[in-house]
Design a protein around this ligand. Structure first.
Ligand code: GLP
Length: 259
């Protein structure tokens, strides 16, 4: 199963995960990072610049998980804009080496296949950051998504549109469709790091980690991955059955293993 790391708060989670990313980039300057959006990865991105100071990041590659369909890429809440603002610019990455699925309507029918090809050509993702939706989605793979799915267009649930309405003027402004890496795509990454904070995520986290593996809870797919790490704060961990065991395990983990 996934390794569960329970930390005090989001800042502590950001520090643990940023340490791991910095370690990866130092040892592998052409590392391929899988980038997530939403509020959850923000503490990781905030903790990274100081850890990567003086490290050559010119060869680092990045692939975003998903994008809204039909939203102008220059819209401040397009995932292209978010990744540029929160990751590419602060870390000084080469924008040419950071890809986001193309959600423009022109060519949308082959955008998924194009993205899959680009991922394969880059050698695959070394470390994939993931958030989790309150309905257990990862990327934008809503409940019912196939575990074998690849990058494709999906329809957002009402719940996800309501959850994401805070980034827009109203829920009606949240696009109805998205293009997202599939669960099959995500499972190909060499290391999955899922983060979750707050009581609102506790039920989804417990179901993903300790519940049955089911397409009805897409994040449960991480149980199939040989190297998955789940980093949660105390509130997001509050529904876990074996929380004490996870704390004990992490406290006694040999330092050389990293995350
Ligand atoms: C969106 C993103 C997901 C993210 C989820 C949770 O739906 N497509 O990648 O994990 O929101 O968002 P937040 O981290 O803001 O709670």
């Amino acid at each position: 199963m996934a390794e569960i790391v329970i930390v005090a708060d989001a800042a502590a989670a950001g520090a643990v995960v940023a340490d791991e990313i910095a370690r990866l980039v130092r040892s592998q300057p052409d590392a391929v990072l899988g980038l997530a959006t939403g509020s959850t990865p923000v503490p990781v991105y905030a903790a990274l610049p100081s850890r990567l100071a003086g490290v050559d990041v010119s060869r680092v590659r990045g692939f975003a998980l998903d994008e809204y369909v039909g939203l102008d890429p220059d819209h401040p809440e397009s995932y292209r804009s978010v990744i540029t603002r929160e990751v590419v610019e602060p870390l000084g990455l080469d924008p040419e080496r950071v890809s986001v699925p193309d959600g423009s309507l022109n060519g949308i029918e082959h955008a998924g296949d194009d993205y899959e090809r680009a991922l394969v050509d880059a050698g695959g993702v070394d470390l994939q950051l993931l958030g989790i939706g309150t309905d257990g989605h990862i990327g934008f793979n809503e409940p019912g998504s196939s575990f074998a799915s690849l990058t494709r267009v999906k329809t957002l649930t009402r719940q996800t549109r309501e959850d994401n309405a805070r980034f827009f003027d109203s829920v009606e402004d949240v696009p109805r469709h998205c293009i997202t890496q599939g669960l099959g795509t995500i499972l190909r990454a060499r290391h999955l790091v899922l983060l979750a904070f707050g009581k609102g995520k506790a039920e989804a986290v417990a179901a993903a980690v300790e519940g049955p593996v089911t397409a009805s809870l897409p994040a449960s797919a991480i149980q199939l991955h040989p190297h998955a790490t789940v980093v949660v704060d105390e509130a997001a961990a509050s529904d876990l059955r074996f929380g004490d065991y996870y704390r004990y395990t992490f406290a006694n983990k040999p330092a050389w293993q990293g995350l």
